[in-house]
Ligand binder design. Structure first.
Ligand SMILES: Cc1ncc(COP(=O)(O)O)c(C=O)c1O
Length: 455
């Protein structure tokens, strides 16, 4: 299994040929995600089993049955949830990382990988206007980033309150809007914290709303943090980051910005001003596997003051002293709840370096522009209505007279016919249609075809 024998040689040829073909598909097929488990089970009979199989036999099953049962994240027809659109360079470099199983745990083991990852973190921190001291690491996704950041926020609040208060079993709270991502709710549950739900203005968390919630919500001293979103998942709305930052400062709250989806807009001049205030964040996340065109899975997690995060997340053990007894060395493992980690920031580093940051700006602006054009198209059709002006790349709209079942049937048919993947969403309790544009090759022709199918 570990030597270069005839089986290895045959696998190198077959797997690389498969990867090459896949990388050259233009466009890639959308494929169908959901399948009857019995069908999948039948295809996988005996795989794995006690006996060996030839690589081509196993690869054949993967290519013919399993792979088509996964919707292609790199398809410009993927317009649901928050899409992904990894660049060719990022996909290729991800293969290289896998090939060498490159890790990014400690400087002692992986200085080269970590230094390159940190260059990307610095680039993002600069775009956000965070100070020179800012730093962090890449984690597996937005959920992991939000959890790691809010664990630090809670610990900081406990330390400020002192042992008397934190030892008394106080329940900490975090100010959130109703439109915060579900991973924030999950984080609060995991960390045994409660939400202080802030009434938003048109689904936007504001400084005014936060101030009112703190005044009306009782026991403001129990609020450890506030979470603002720079690009809500369902509608792409950017909260009033400057206003929220100001109130957070007044009340000494940890200010976390969840930019898992929309943080990439920092690279788009047409919307950059909407992010003003982000420079005050104590912690900030953005997912390269979303709008920074990297493969799954990757989230950049940045702290204004990384040493505080380190004091919370650093794992101590006799066998780890060797990585910590080296002053000045940067160990990504110290800045989130993980220990072992894949160097998952590297595909973005490679891709940014190959194409240049300007190409990213252009690609992000393309999705924003497409959302505006799609909105105009929707406005021009009498049976359709925009739910709201698009923010970033998301467009919510309704078809007059349709019920939930009709939206679902329309979306199912689009997928069945391999036109597009865009499951319906809901807005204020009503089922609506939703475009999430991200891939720079998604065309207005495709948008029109999708809308025509609502006639
Ligand atoms: C605003 C926001 N935060 C957090 C997340 C969670 O990110 P992940 O799915 O990478 O864990 C998402 C995912 O869509 C998101 O849109």
């Amino acid at each position: 299994m570990h030597s270069v024998d005839p089986t290895t040689e045959s696998m190198i040829r077959s797997v690389l040929a498969y990867a090459e073909n896949r990388l050259r598909l233009d466009p890639v097929p959308l494929d169908q995600g959901s399948r009857d488990p019995a069908e999948l089970d039948a295809a996988l009979a005996g795989l794995p089993g006690a006996e060996a199989h030839t690589p081509d036999q196993v690869l054949g099953v993967w290519a013919s049955v399993m792979a088509p049962a996964v919707i292609s994240a790199d398809s410009p027809r993927f317009l649901g949830f928050i899409p992904a659109a990894p660049t060719k360079a990022s996909l290729l470099f991800d293969m290289l990382i896998s090939c060498a199983s490159i890790q990014g745990i400690s400087w002692l083991e992986a200085a080269g990988a970590i230094h390159a990852e940190n260059k990307v973190l610095r680039l993002i921190a600069d775009r956000a206007g965070m100070p020179e001291t800012a730093g962090g690491c890449f984690v597996s996704g937005g959920s992991a980033g939000n959890l790691s950041a809010l664990v630090v926020a809670r610990e900081v609040a406990k330390r400020k309150a002192g042992p008397g208060v934190s030892g008394s079993g106080r329940r900490w709270r975090v100010a959130v809007s109703e439109d915060a991502h579900s991973s924030i709710t999950n984080t609060l549950r995991i960390c045994e914290m409660d939400p202080l739900v802030v009434r938003s203005e048109d689904h936007r968390l504001t400084g005014v709303g936060l101030r009112a919630a703190l005044a009306d919500g009782g026991d403001p001293g129990s609020v450890a943090a506030v979470v603002a979103t720079s690009g809500t998942t369902n509608a792409g709305i950017i909260d009033d980051l400057a206003g929220v930052a100001e109130v957070a400062r007044e009340h000494q709250l940890w200010f976390h910005v969840d930019g898992a989806y929309g943080g990439a807009g920092l690279f788009a001049p047409s919307v950059r001003a909407r992010y003003d205030g982000i420079e005050h964040a104590d912690s900030f996340i953005v997912d390269p596997h979303k709008w920074l065109f990297a493969p799954f899975d990757s989230a950049a997690l940045l702290y204004r003051n990384p040493s505080v995060a380190r004091s919370v997340h650093k794992q101590d053990a006799s066998y780890l002293d060797v990585i910590h007894d080296r002053p000045g060395e940067w160990n990504p493992t110290d800045y989130a709840y993980h220990l072992t980690r894949r160097a998952r920031g590297l595909p973005l580093w490679f891709s940014l370096s190959v194409y240049g940051v300007d190409a990213y700006t252009e690609a992000i602006e393309t999705a924003i522009g497409l959302a505006r054009q799609a909105a105009d198209e929707i406005r021009s059709r009498s049976s359709l209505e925009l739910v709201r002006e698009p923010s970033l790349g998301v467009v919510l709209f309704r078809r007059a007279g349709w019920d939930a079942g009709q939206y679902t049937a329309w979306a199912d048919r689009l997928l069945q016919d391999q036109v597009a993947f865009l499951p319906p969403s809901a807005w204020e309790g009503e089922t609506v249609a939703r475009f999430a544009f991200l891939h720079p090759h998604t065309s207005m022709d495709l948008v029109r075809e999708i809308l025509d199918r609502m006639d």
